[in-house]
Design a protein around this ligand. Structure first.
Ligand code: C2O
Ligand code: CU
Ligand code: CU
Length: 484
């Protein structure tokens, strides 16, 4: 492992292939974009979209590079981040159901990394799990197909063994939007992508990680590392514009390593229309939304405010902690963004359909195996992650019930690679509407059951807590799906 190799040269790469020149042009354009943004520090900024280099139909071919990059996202400082294609969050991968995706990835970090396509149903070799590290200076081509029925909001991030939390916190995370040409929500709704992250900075404006062995390090180990600076698409307290009467479609990703957001918008309710794996069957009216580490939601914001008024998007207090390490300020509400109404006269609202799509339920009665996973500090079923150990073996094509029991006094968010699941029971109460999930919050001392089907792709798949410090400390296991 070349973990101490020098920082790779960046400039030289522009002399490489035509593709790389295109990439440099792209990142220079991005840099001037960011410079323009700095003059208007409050504006909402959507991440850029990865440019499709392919002219083939139903094919999305992109280039993605992870490299150190100095950015001024933390107000008043130039901070060394690690960025995908020079930006934090990374550029969005936009694809449609049925597309073939080819990602030419290059690791220009001084450490091994991977790109994991969180929530996407794809071949084992393309999963970017700790089994397939990409060494510094090396490249890897990820190739997969987007299956029908998977339209939704996903994300990508590194997944190297023991180093995921640090790499995500350094800035390596980006959105994936999978579109369905038959999407029931009106196209005229303006869409916003909101990537949430938090971070901690030292006095020099550099990303701060706790000194090993310090009190803060012990708190981070327990809670997962949280930072007091909250970013929405890499900006602090940006301002989102809306017109009175307008309905907006928001896709929200929790890319924080540990923080749980309890989202609320002052003076507004949300229409919750989707979760990790896309739209629900029916919209739900809610006052707030809980979003644990790794989870996503789709929601509609109805512009019910008056022209010229403002509202604040906040994260309300949520006690996911053990009493002994609960942060002193956990009862504070944290502001994330301002929603500002234009002065224009109200526009007519667009009608929202009552039925969004059909989500075929996985049938728990067809399950042939029932597995139980207990969650305790840094362990699943009492064991810590070992790369050379297979913890569970499932048969390709099988439907199974997994029961996840959290035995401790803090929340954990449980994630399974490769195969989306549907929660069918929480603490003995049935959950009736089928919803595609790939990561689910398991509150303190609670139990949930989900049903999952191991279709199509054999291989070794990770299941883990998505509080990244827990994952890196060993709260992860390996499921091997075998073709019998
Ligand atoms: Cu989002 Cu195994 O990770
Ligand atoms: Cu994942
Ligand atoms: Cu955990």
């Amino acid at each position: 492992m070349r973990s101490h190799s020098p920082e790779p040269e960046r400039a030289g790469d522009c002399l490489g292939s035509a593709g790389l020149i295109a990439l440099c042009v792209l990142s220079c354009a991005l840099a001037s974009d960011l410079a323009a943004q700095e003059r208007a520090p409050g504006a909402f900024l959507a991440p850029s979209t990865l440019e499709n280099l392919s002219s083939e139909p139903n094919t999305v071919e992109v280039e993605l590079t992870a490299a150190p990059e100095r950015l001024s996202l933390f107000p008043g400082a130039q901070t060394e981040f690690w960025a995908y294609n020079g930006s934090v969050p990374g550029p969005t991968l936009e694809v449609s159901e049925g597309d073939r995706v080819i990602v030419h990835f290059r690791n220009e970090l001084a450490y091994p990394t991977t790109v994991h396509w969180h929530g996407i149903h794809l071949p084992f070799t393309a999963d970017g799990s700790p089994f397939h590290p990409v060494a510094p200076g090396e490249s890897f081509v990820y190739e997969f197909t987007i299956h029908p029925g998977t339209a939704g909001t996903y994300w990508y991030h590194p997944h190297p063994h023991h180093d995921t939390g640090r790499q995500v916190a350094k800035g390596l995370h980006g959105a994936i939007i999978v579109r369905d040409p038959g999407d029931a929500l009106p196209e005229s709704l303006s869409e916003r992508l909101l990537v949430l992250s938090d971070n901690r900075f030292d006095r020099d404006g550099q990303i701060d990680f706790a000194e090993p062995g310090s009190r803060q390090a012990r708190i981070d180990e327990e809670n997962g590392r949280e930072g007091e600076v909250l970013f929405l698409n890499g900006r602090v307290m940006p301002e989102l514009a809306i017109a009175s009467g307008e309905i907006q479609r928001w896709r929200v990703i929790n890319a924080s390593g540990a923080r749980t957001y309890r989202l609320a918008l002052s003076g507004h309710s949300f229409v919750h229309v989707g979760s990790d794996g896309g739209l629900f069957e029916h919209p739900r009216e809610v006052g707030e939304i809980l979003l644990a580490a790794g989870e996503r939601v789709e929601l509609l914001v109805r512009g019910e405010g008056d022209p010229g008024s403002t509202a604040v998007l906040r994260s309300l207090p949520y006690d996911r902690y053990l009493p002994q390490t609960r942060p002193a300020d956990w009862t504070d509400s944290l502001a994330l963004a301002t929603l500002r109404y234009s002065d224009e006269a109200p526009v007519d609202a667009v009608a929202i359909p009552e039925r969004l799509r059909s989500v075929p339920p996985l049938d728990p009665d067809s399950a042939t195996v029932e597995r139980r996973m207990t969650l305790t500090k840094n362990r699943i079923n009492g064991r810590m992650m070992q790369m050379d150990r297979i913890d569970e073996v499932a048969e390709l094509g099988a439907t199974e019930i997994w029961e996840i029991e959290n035995l401790v006094g803090m929340d954990h968010s449980f994630h399974l690679h490769g195969f989306p699941f549907q929660v069918v029971e929480r603490d003995g109460e049935p959950v009736n509407e089928p919803v595609w999930k790939d990561v689910v919050n398991v509150p303190k001392r609670s139990t949930l059951r989900f049903v999952v089907r191991f279709d199509r792709y054999p291989g070794k798949w990770m299941f883990h807590c998505h509080i990244l410090d827990h994952e890196d400390a060993g709260m992860m296991g390996v499921l091997e799906v075998r073709d019998p």
